[in-house]
Ligand binder design. Structure first.
Ligand code: NCD
Length: 317
């Protein structure tokens, strides 16, 4: 069983722990399918989402997961909070903690921000994406989707194509998939491929055709147009010519290969509409699995006993 206080990344999370999380998520998916989405799993618990960056899927799936399991849940839009008045992340965290939160879910543009927060709050902290570092719950829902399709992650061949450099999704998937015995091959414009990333245990392919050859899973990553303005690739047209995932490219992968994407998609840039809407695409299943994985994590992280607060004089509160 997952025994840690927080979920900050997949680095250091064992294959047994990942398997446990995915097993609980499978059960949660049954609840989602059952038609009665109200469970008492989180009755009496309180959960706050603290997002310093935009999000649709991640934030909404955490909020729905909390509500489905009967937690008291609230969202802080950083733009409308005391952060705008100059409050530090640590003080914001401590304030929420003192209000009795059990879990704080944070997305932050700075890599490592959730780790700093976790050190100074009693609540469990879940990293919902920190800068270019990790996005563990996305990788878990991706692995759940792969496991549901293929039965096991061991020996699976996963091709990842797109902006690897800025992708926390890619990093968490590389770590998680390698832990589970899958292999990962990356392909990106040279300016969007971080030097030395192969040291994480993955391989690099020069062309998308080589990348998808023999692959069971083809995962696209979002190309952020601001990167093109920053001069990291010459033009969207050239990107499409060389790296767009199309039905033709999917033909070069294994016959049962699936197409994945964390969303949001730039249709016609990193993935063509034909590919995104094809039978091979499991992008919609990823979204549903996102709710199931987050239900599992919220449940598992509220199983531990909270240590009482200490007052200035050392008394328990
Ligand atoms: C990803 C993210 O925010 O890191 N999206 C997500 O969580 N579904 C990927 C992205 O924004 O490109």
């Amino acid at each position: 069983m997952y025994q840690h206080k927080d979920l900050l990344g997949l680095r250091g999370v064992s294959a047994e722990e990942i398997t446990d999380i995915l097993d609980v998520a499978d059960t949660m998916k049954e609840i989602l399918r059952s038609g009665n989405k109200k469970t008492p799993h989180l009755q009496g618990k309180s959960i706050v989402t603290l997002f310093y960056e935009n999000s649709t899927r991640t934030r909404m799936s955490f909020e729905l997961a909390s509500k489905y399991m009967s937690a008291a849940s609230a969202n802080i839009a950083a733009g409308a909070s005391s952060v705008k008045k100059g409050e530090t992340l640590m003080d914001t965290g401590r304030t929420l903690d003192r209000m009795g939160t059990d879990i704080i879910i944070i997305r932050h543009p700075v890599s490592g921000a959730p780790h700093m927060l976790a050190k100074c709050v009693r609540s469990a902290v879940i990293n919902a994406g920190d800068g270019m570092n990790e996005h563990p719950t996305q990788a878990l829902l991706d692995m759940l989707t792969m496991r549901q399709r293929f039965g096991s992650l061991k020996g699976l061949r996963v091709a990842v194509i797109g902006d690897v450099m800025h992708s926390r999704v890619a990093r968490s998937n590389i770590i998680g998939l390698c832990t589970m015995g899958a292999s990962v091959t990356l392909c990106a414009p040279p300016t969007l491929m971080p030097v030395g990333i192969d040291k994480m245990g993955c391989t690099i392919a020069e062309t998308t055709k080589k990348c998808v050859s023999g692959a069971d899973v083809v995962m696209g990553l979002r190309i952020q147009r601001e990167r093109q303005q920053a001069g990291l690739f010459p033009s969207v047209a050239e990107y499409c010519d060389n790296w767009e995932i199309t039905p033709e490219l999917m033909q070069k992968a294994n016959s049962g290969a699936i197409l994945m994407h964390p969303g949001p998609i730039n249709r016609g840039v990193e993935v063509s509409s034909d590919a995104a809407d094809s039978d091979r695409s499991v992008i919609d299943a990823q979204v549903t699995n996102g709710v199931a994985v987050r239900m599992a994590l919220l449940y598992m992280l509220t199983r531990r006993e909270l240590t009482p607060f200490k007052s200035e004089g050392g008394n328990e509160i």
